[in-house]
Ligand binder design. Structure first.
Ligand SMILES: Cc1ncc(COP(=O)(O)O)c(C=O)c1O
Length: 351
């Protein structure tokens, strides 16, 4: 019988939500309840869902984003209460020294550090950085949350935590695990997860005055469709397919990456196909190493935009300026068709 813990042993207990957004939101509340500290730290350029607390410095304008080593907290949407800019602290990815100095400064206020272990699904954390973040958060009493909504079952069946051999305190999963239907999962350390166990108290829906204790004594989590059986069945069916076919998806992705890189190389266009497993992005850059949001800003997005548009005219839709996420639906035939379309596009654009 398939179970999450088989691939994600760090998820000792888990709860279902309806989306990745709700999963990270719940993880943050669990961390706050467990630590009694309400500020959160996140990385510049990392996305965790569309709510106020996390719509901070996902894609800030570089002119306004402040120093690279201590980025400002900037809103990513209209309507974000400035309160969140004060309470969400922004860190530079893959820069352990700067992270340490910021985290130490706010250690009495920060209850959670949430990150995409592979930024945007394609810019990997360096192993040393990841090891450092794990031991630092442990030392400072900060709950480490891996947001693996994108990376789960994509960078390997066990996600980024298996790749890096790191045990986060909490993990948020989503996307792939619903097999195309809306889902999120939060799981992790038993003691932290137990903060939401209904054994502690009655919850907000218990209107009787004979409560064992106040709803404030338990972490609230509920949702009409949480753990919907149809969605879980779709997810289970997807897992069964991926167990057999994910290696094939990974090798097709690798083939596409290599073909594209050599095609660009022949035309003397600096490009890196960056990513692991079944996700990567075509980044037009001269930079040796893309390590974070600031590095990415130096890439040639205008040409990438042209490529996306020309590919669309060839019948190939790539999410504009974004990563490519491959699946079992991308057969050899589809990969070959994409490669040929790319060839025609590059010939047109760089004749
Ligand atoms: C890393 C990450 N976290 C959270 C989310 C939010 O998930 P959802 O769109 O299911 O709410 C996303 C969605 O793109 C994501 O990529």
């Amino acid at each position: 019988m398939w179970c999450f813990q088989q691939y994600y042993p760090s998820m000792e207990l888990l709860r279902y939500t309806n989306s990745g957004t709700e999963a990270t939101l719940l993880a943050l509340r669990l961390a706050a309840a467990y630590t009694g500290k309400y500020k959160v730290a996140k990385f510049e350029g990392h996305y965790h869902g569309g709510y106020d607390q996390m719509l901070v410095s996902v894609s800030p304008s570089i002119e306004k984003a402040g120093p690279e080593k201590e980025p400002f907290s900037l809103p990513d949407s209209k309507g974000i209460d400035p309160y969140h800019l004060e309470h969400t602290i922004v860190l530079p990815f893959n820069d352990l020294e700067s992270c340490e100095s910021i985290l130490r400064k706010h250690q009495d206020e920060i209850g959670a550090l949430v990150l995409e272990p592979i930024q945007g699904g394609f810019i990997p954390a360096e192993q040393e950085f990841m090891d450092g973040i794990r031991s630092l958060t442990k030392q400072l009493g900060i709950v480490l949350i891996f947001d693996e909504v994108k990376t789960c079952f994509r960078v390997g069946l066990g996600g980024a935590q298996a790749l890096y051999r790191i045990k986060p305190d909490l993990t948020a999963l989503g996307k792939v695990i619903g097999g195309g239907y809306p889902i999120g999962v939060v799981g992790g350390n038993r003691e932290i997860m137990m903060t939401s166990a209904p054994v502690a108290a009655a919850d907000v829906f218990d209107a009787s005055q004979s409560k064992r204790s106040s709803a404030q004594d338990v972490l609230f989590h509920s949702g009409t469709y949480n753990g919907h059986p149809m969605i879980l069945a779709a997810g289970l069916a997807t897992m069964n397919v991926l167990e057999k076919e994910s290696e094939m998806v990974f090798s097709r992705t690798e083939e596409l990456k290599q073909e594209l890189e050599s095609m660009f190389q022949k035309k003397n266009i600096p490009m890196k196909a960056i990513g692991i497993g079944s996700i990567f992005s075509v980044v037009l850059t001269n930079k040796e190493n893309i390590r974070n949001y600031r590095d990415l800003q130096e890439a040639d997005f205008l040409t990438r935009r042209d490529i996306d548009f020309y590919l669309l005219n060839e019948g190939i839709y790539t999410k504009p300026l974004n990563r490519y996420s491959l699946s079992t639906a991308h057969t050899n035939e589809v990969i070959q068709k994409t490669i040929l379309a790319y060839e025609r596009v590059l010939n047109k654009l760089f004749a």
